[in-house]
Design a protein around this ligand. Structure first.
Ligand code: JHZ
Length: 412
């Protein structure tokens, strides 16, 4: 069954109709729509295809599923289940407090504040905070932690309401949310509206160059509507009077850009350097993406061959991480309950439910040492180090992991 969606008629950033197809992943279920095992009826699927804009260089999917469907009452992603993400957020906050001289008279606003995983560190340092998040479960978890959190989708309308209420943010943090927004211009214009004139915007997005280099096709799903280069992000924000003055490349989530914008133009060498690298690699033209689809097919072919080989030798295989990216990987490769026994995840909101499209049951991580599958397919490969450190007992008893990208391999 195909669900309700719309198709964009121009680029999500600049409106150009000069779009070229990079990859077609076919009809996919929604990556975070975990299934209740008692539910009846067919799961909706939605086409998923990736396109490149020749005018502003933005890579984007063409299909838009309504945000209320993507981030509704059952949205299961809670940021606080990764220690690596918490450490990353704590050091981001320490840096922002020092960089911007924040104190008890300042205001830090986070868009998509989830369960308060990041704002808690501002609050602990005495800096007043405001979180904004549309997903009711995570937002309520943040309030329970004492983080003031506004429900709803952020955009110019909510930004204007906040300004009328006296909000002028010294810092706006927007991590892993820009890519999730269907109307990029409305969102960025909203940021410019709530930002104080001397304020700073700190944005984190998965880096499209790392996505291509690492064949991280599984990070493509309907929630992620855009895949940014420095160039495409710079152009989008500049349209709304926000200048890209500084950036960092970080390894989290398979390769992330942290971009810092201000209302005055003060570009650093770091920005010029990464832009020059992108130009040198040809990342501002379609040719950079031309063979990505073949490399993705290669991962599908090699991963299914690897798993099938293990199964025909009589091995048992489970999976780790009921991640959104896991849903793309399993559905695209067709690896499901025929080859995998279960998937484990420490987010208890996910346990007991089924992975979208493939119906694989989500269990608690202690199932690994209880049942000792011979191999575990690492769906949350971005946290492989953290997860393998926690799974010393499984590894010591002879268990092994399969890392799917950039090319499938068994570790140790
Ligand atoms: P994780 C998320 O994608 C959601 P996902 C979102 N769409 C986004 O933009 C990206 O992040 C950036 C579990 N886990 O975070 C937790 C353990 O069980 O990589 C998660 O369910 N034990 C907003 O869902 C999953 O793995 C652990 O020790 O693809 C990881 O999912 C750790 C560290 C994680 O992203």
């Amino acid at each position: 069954m195909i669900g309700q969606y719309t198709v964009i008629d121009g680029c999500r950033s600049c409106g150009s109709t000069d779009l070229s197809e990079v990859l077609d992943l076919g009809a996919m279920p929604l990556a975070d729509a975990l299934v209740d095992p008692t539910a009846e009826g067919e799961e909706p699927h939605f086409p998923l295809s990736v396109w490149f804009c020749s005018d502003c260089t933005l890579v984007q999917i063409r299909e838009s599923v309504p945000p209320e469907v993507l981030f509704g009452a059952d949205y299961p992603y809670y940021s606080s289940f990764s220690d690596a993400l918490l450490d990353h957020s704590r050091s981001n906050v320490t840096d922002l407090i020092a960089r911007c001289g924040l104190d008890e008279s300042s205001l830090a606003v986070e868009i998509a504040s989830n369960d308060g995983y990041l704002l808690q560190y501002f609050r602990d340092a005495g800096v007043p905070v405001l979180g904004i998040d549309p997903a009711p479960g995570p937002a309520e978890a943040a309030r329970r932690r004492g983080i003031p959190t506004r429900g709803g989708f952020f955009g110019t309308e909510l930004a204007r309401t906040l300004v009328e209420e006296g909000v002028a943010a010294d810092v706006v943090v927007a991590n892993n949310v820009l890519a999730h927004v269907p109307d990029q211009n409305d969102f960025v214009s909203g940021i410019a509206t709530v930002l104080a004139n001397d304020g700073l915007v700190s944005v984190e997005v998965p880096y499209v160059v790392d996505l291509v280099d690492g064949v991280e096709f599984d990070t493509i799903y309907h929630e992620h509507q855009c895949y940014f280069s420095v160039e495409s992000a710079r152009r989008l924000f500049e349209r709304h009077g926000l200048f890209l003055n500084d950036l960092e490349r970080l390894s989290i989530h398979g390769g992330t850009l942290r971009l810092r914008f201000q209302k005055n133009r003060l570009p650093s060498d770091a920005v010029e350097m990464v832009l020059a690298e992108e130009r040198a690699r040809g990342a501002h033209s379609f040719a950079f993406y031309a063979d990505f689809g073949h490399r993705v097919e290669g991962v599908r072919r090699d991963l299914t061959a690897l798993v099938d080989g293990l199964k025909s030798d009589g091995a048992t295989v489970a999976a780790y991480g009921a991640a959104a990216k896991g849903a793309t990987l399993l559905n695209y490769t067709g690896i499901g309950t025929d080859r995998l026994d279960f998937v484990v995840d420490r987010n208890h909101h996910k346990q007991g439910r089924l992975m979208p499209g493939v119906g694989l049951r989500i269990e608690a991580p202690n199932r690994l040492t209880e049942t000792m599958p011979d191999y575990v397919l690492m769906l949350a490969w971005n946290f492989a180090d953290e997860i393998m450190a926690q799974q010393q007992a499984y590894l010591a008893a002879g268990g092994r992991f399969i890392l799917p990208v950039p090319s499938p391999r068994i570790v140790p």
